[in-house]
Design a protein around this ligand. Structure first.
Ligand SMILES: Cc1cc2nc3c(=O)[nH]c(=O)nc-3n(C[C@H](O)[C@H](O)[C@H](O)COP(=O)(O)OP(=O)(O)OC[C@H]3O[C@@H](n4cnc5c(N)ncnc54)[C@H](O)[C@@H]3O)c2cc1C
Length: 443
């Protein structure tokens, strides 16, 4: 029988301190509250919010959002893309297609959504507030005391809990405290251009109907870079992302840019793209960083764990960083809903690490691998890649990773609630549960 997708109430309520109110930290706060625990959520920024543009939500997160009581609200401000279409960069020819509607519902009992990340975050924050999560803004954590399970903020305020959860992003202070090392966020050598365009503007340009008349997600794969385009807010907004080699000065993480730059870096590409780029009013560029697999997410002593981008930040090429953070949140809360005694806290934290590390590491590796696939220059390797796509039924190793039947199952077939039940049963039988998935890579 499939696991019931809900967070059961614990018989042993604990105090959690969650550091960082991004999509991951807020999700964990909701799930832990639903599991009957008390949560203090500490955020460095003076206000809550998310910067950037669109985000894709795959089926495993949908199941969790449903259990968190947020799916209806998220769906109301999302769009359901019909297909993933991969275009050749210069001619625009579609070289690969993966259906999403109705495929994802039929195969994975879920949805695939596109949403503005500010809307996503707002729905989660509203739910956290409704559940009584205690939110502290202007609370930048500067140190962790592993003897007392407490954190100290820049203002000198100390927050103590039974468990500290670091969800403080790719440049995590909590990670630094655990590893004893500064750094841990690595430049990937790529940056992201991100822009939003009112769809009304696309409608004024002849030849762009094929994009705005249908809510698909479009990729253009080309030498050294790729473009992703999809719609948000029921189709009112067009989200454009360009992923290309990093040209930002060393000390700059983010800056504004001109749409002419996008046109320059895609010289000779599909003319539709240039028609679209010409409509961009404002574009920003972000340096993309990721992380290396850490030895541990849980320190040698203390009830502390790091999750989300703090422990496994990834290139966005599989659109799965936030969904990994949300899955972490569900597994953390699900296992802590079953706690029987405080003596089990560290074992449960170790279980969360053991059950989540392999999967999230594959997403980090798989995303980096996508760069090698998407950004091939024209030539023999690109011809081999395209020959595996055009007119072929996807097989293991399919370059469109969303269509590779094995990789797709790994990415979209995950059910955190089944994992929680399996993990707890193995733990009770004296085993430390792990998670892996066969045949993901040829190597
Ligand atoms: C261009 C791009 C596109 C992407 N597209 C997708 C996508 O389509 N789908 C997807 O699933 N993922 C996507 N991602 C990845 C996703 O955005 C991240 O993986 C996700 O937001 C990580 O969430 P998080 O909560 O772990 O960390 P963050 O969102 O980084 O949140 C960390 C929070 O902690 C706070 N903080 C930091 N330090 C401290 C401190 N010392 N004390 C207190 N608070 C602190 C920060 O202010 C922040 O609010 C994309 C990423 C990029 C760059």
């Amino acid at each position: 029988m499939p696991a019931k997708r809900e967070f059961q109430k614990t018989s042993l309520p604990l105090q959690f301190v969650v550091v960082g109110a991004g999509l991951g930290g807020v999700s964990a706060s909701i799930a832990l509250s639903l599991a009957g625990h008390k949560v203090k959520l500490l955020e460095a920024a003076p206000e809550l919010g998310e910067v950037g543009a669109g985000i894709q939500i795959p089926p495993p997160s949908i199941k969790i959002l449903e259990a968190m009581g947020c799916l209806k609200e998220v769906d109301a401000v999302s769009i359901h893309p019909t297909d993933i279409l991969i275009h050749r960069y210069d001619t625009g020819e579609v070289i690969s297609k993966q259906n999403l509607v109705p495929y994802v519902k039929d195969k994975y009992d879920g949805l695939y959504l596109h949403i503005h990340r500010a809307h996503y975050h707002e729905v989660l924050v509203n739910r956290a507030k409704e559940l009584g999560v205690e939110i502290h803004l202007n609370s930048r954590v500067e140190s962790v005391d592993f003897d007392t399970n407490s954190v100290r903020t820049a203002a000198g305020v100390v927050h103590t809990g039974d468990v500290i959860v670091g969800y403080d992003g790719v440049r995590s202070k909590t990670r630094e405290e655990i590893t004893g090392k500064a750094g841990g966020a690595y430049d990937t050598g790529d940056l992201a251009y991100r822009a939003l365009i009112p769809t009304e503007l696309l409608k004024t340009v002849p030849g762009l109907e094929k994009y705005w008349s249908h809510p698909d997600i479009h990729f253009w794969w080309g030498p050294t870079l790729h473009i992703v385009m999809y719609f948000l807010q029921g189709g009112k907004i067009c989200n454009v992302v360009g992923l290309c080699p990093d040209t930002l000065p060393d000390d700059v993480m983010r800056e504004g840019a001109n749409h002419q730059e996008l046109i320059e870096v895609t010289k000779g590409w599909d003319s539709d793209l240039h028609k679209i780029f010409n409509l961009i009013d404002e574009v920003g560029k972000w340096r993309l960083q990721d992380s290396r697999e850490l030895a541990n997410w849980v320190p040698e002593k203390g009830n502390v764990i790091i999750l989300g981008d703090a422990s496994h930040s990834t290139l966005p090429y599989l659109a799965s960083g936030a969904s990994q953070a949300v899955e972490d949140a569900a597994v953390l809360a699900g296992l802590f809903s079953k706690i029987e005694s405080k003596d089990q806290i560290r074992e449960i934290l170790t279980m969360v690490e053991s059950m989540r590390k392999w999967r999230s590491s594959q997403v980090v590796r798989g995303s980096a691998n996508c760069r090698n696939i998407y950004h091939l220059a024209d030539g023999e390797e690109q011809e081999i890649r395209d020959s595996k796509l055009k007119g072929k039924a996807p097989q293991l190793g399919c370059p469109n990773r969303f269509a590779d039947p094995v990789f797709q199952d790994f990415l979209w077939g995950y059910d955190a609630f089944e994992e929680i039940e399996r993990g707890w049963a193995e733990y009770k039988s004296g085993k430390m549960p792990t998670y892996d998935y066969p045949n993901l890579y040829e190597a």
